[in-house]
Design a protein around this ligand. Sequence first.
Ligand SMILES: Cc1ncc(COP(=O)(O)O)c(C=O)c1O
Length: 518
Amino acid sequence: MNITSLRNGFYGFSQILNGNIVKSLLRPKLIVQRKWYPINYYNNNRNFTLSSTMNSKIMNGNLCDTDPELYKIIKNEKHRQQHGLEMIASENFTSIPVLQCLSSCLHNKYSEGMPNQRYYGGNEYIDEIEILAQKRSLEAYRLKSDEWGVNVQPYSGSPANFAVYTGIVEPHGRIMGLDLPDGGHLTHGFFTPTKKISATSMFFESMPYKVDPKTGLIDYEKLAETARLFKPRLIIAGISCYSRCLDYKKFREVADENGAYLLGDMAHISGLVAAGVIPSPFEYCDIVTTTTHKTLRGPRAGVIFFRKGVRSVNAKGEKIMYDLENRINQAVFPGLQGGPHNHAIAGIATAMKQAMMPEFKEYQLQVIKNAQRLCEGLKSRGYQIATGGTDVHLILVDVRNVGLNGAKAERILELCSIACNKNTVPGDKSALNPSGIRLGTPALTTRGLKETDFDQVVDNIDKALKLAQEITKIAGPKLVDFNRVLEENAEVRSKVQNLKEGVEKFSGSFPLPGYEDF
Ligand SMILES: Cc1ncc(COP(=O)(O)O)c(C=O)c1O
């Protein structure tokens, strides 16, 4: 298969994923095959670079020539991505236009401050780009600019969350988030009995809310009860591993009862929200943060949305206005960050444009269909799924009933070229020994896999986990012994190798967005 026909096989929208950034904006139908730019490509044959500096080779050579050692490692990673099944729920394959932004001249520029208020000169085009990214971010979520503002400078999701806490919660103020072992994120305040793990729990007082260990569903009643006692300044509605839609209305009620701000951290689901295929946090939240590289499929970066206008009306009938804009903007810079990553901000701008296209909605619908097919397939083979199903892009498989734990399941799948992560399941006693694995469909859906392809994915996962059960019978319960058998037992190694070859053949038949070799 040549590369163009391969690329035409991408999930329905080769122009978004493969278009040259210029061509994708102006002539979307054209698909070009890209190569490394030749030396002096951008110098219009003025030919000064090669002759004028002793660094010319360093500055103008291709990576494959200037640093073959590193280039080889990157190529190996590319091969792994092409031939493995990428099922880590937070990952995706971004498009060529986004990659082009990331490797553009925008990387070179310092622009501390906000558009039109910079601490450095020469920012006229950088301002244009940041304003475009802001405008498109609001449009992608159907937000009005007099009701919502947006900051597109956070380097990623964790800094975005910390900027919100810094801006609106006083030092050691109280924050409530879903507990990490129950599907929340570290930045929502994780700590253990002996250690404050996340900076959120070091610099603020964090109190987790939990899922019901029987159903796996968020216990909203308990959340309300705890909030009444704890009186948080901020409640976070957001997940890293929870397969159901959140009830933002309930979160709002709890926040209102306690005079708290409600932060929606939609990092995982922001692509699904932009496509309008699951409920949006914007209706009920005061602030919404997101990463832009997960389901949204943009660059590795973060965004903060904040409300503007009237927050409430007091007993005297006076309007209380939101004052989030300055507090959040100033927390991002100069509070926590320095120069914005302008190449990433350009990537956000073009990713938000893509997120408004009909093909993007089609993609997100397919992400959910694939997750549901994966879920049903595994259930039909006897695996238990936390909450019993999924409304989104991921599932959490509890492997206890098949005699495994998360670490063994993750390891055998990894050796068979299926990437996922071990994860705690509701009721787990120890976060160090989780009983499940989290599986997501965004990345494979980008590569064009449909429901019937996921039947084969299920088959491969099932075979690998059955092999893990066989190994456990030989090795006993301990992970070290399990790993030893995996390494030393020739019969086991040959079975793993067979499975891996099958997975790699299957995966290698699907196209992969990005540059050809790296
Ligand atoms: C809900 C949630 N918030 C924030 C983050 C942090 O994002 P990053 O890894 O980009 O810092 C993640 C990352 O997985 C996440 O799942």
